[in-house]
Design a protein around this ligand. Structure first.
Ligand SMILES: C[S@@+](CC[C@H](N)C(=O)[O-])C[C@H]1O[C@@H](n2cnc3c(N)ncnc32)[C@H](O)[C@@H]1O
Length: 176
């Protein structure tokens, strides 16, 4: 698989999730996670407001891939265009729009999984990545954003390497 690599957090979590599909990759971008999951046989919905990103994702996959690309602006109406309980797993990486929390819970089926990783306020000290407060999580915030889900794993960390990132990671599960 070419292009940006998936987050190590998704790779670590995935074996615990079992046959999770269908999976919603929310704010998927060009699909570094969608492509990784399609390669593992998962059925995916990739949602983003960028038609360019979604077209790039579709072009990178074989026509037989089980991927539906949906172009939608999640901040218009604060709604995910999907039925209640439509997904066995929802992925959110590097995107934060707090009013969607209840929507994420709604579209998860019972016993469905949420895998979420995005930047914390610690990022402002690292001179790269987003700096606007509305895109950055307060300490502990991600672990409390989904009151209807059970927290299975939560951590906040600064990644090592030349371009460190201050991240929060959450693996949570809807009650069965
Ligand atoms: C930093 S990228 C992350 C992409 C991908 N999740 C990843 O980790 O590689 C943020 C993505 O959020 C999308 N996005 C931003 N605002 C959005 C909105 N209002 N509705 C839907 N997607 C949005 C952008 O188009 C972009 O693809």
């Amino acid at each position: 698989m070419s292009g940006p690599t998936p987050s190590p957090f998704l790779i670590d979590c995935w074996p615990r999730l079992g046959a999770a599909g269908p999976v919603l990759d929310l704010a998927s971008g060009r699909g570094r996670h969608a492509r990784w999951l399609v390669a593992r046989g998962e059925a995916l919905v990739a949602l983003d407001r960028s038609g360019t990103a979604l077209r790039e994702l579709q072009r990178s996959l074989s026509p037989s891939a089980r991927l539906l690309a949906v172009r939608a602006d999640l901040e218009q109406g604060h709604r995910i265009p999907a039925a209640d309980g439509a997904f066995g797993a929802v992925l959110v990486f590097r995107y934060l729009h707090r009013p969607l929390a209840a929507e994420i819970e709604r579209v998860l089926r019972p016993a469905g999984w949420l895998v979420y990783e995005t930047f914390t306020r610690g990022q402002t000290e690292l001179r790269n990545g987003p700096s606007r407060p509305e895109f950055l999580l307060a300490p502990g915030e991600l672990s409390q954003l989904f009151p209807g889900l059970r927290v299975v794993h939560f951590e906040e960390l600064v990644t090592p390497g030349p371009r460190p990132e201050a991240l929060a990671r959450l693996l949570a599960r809807k009650p069965g």
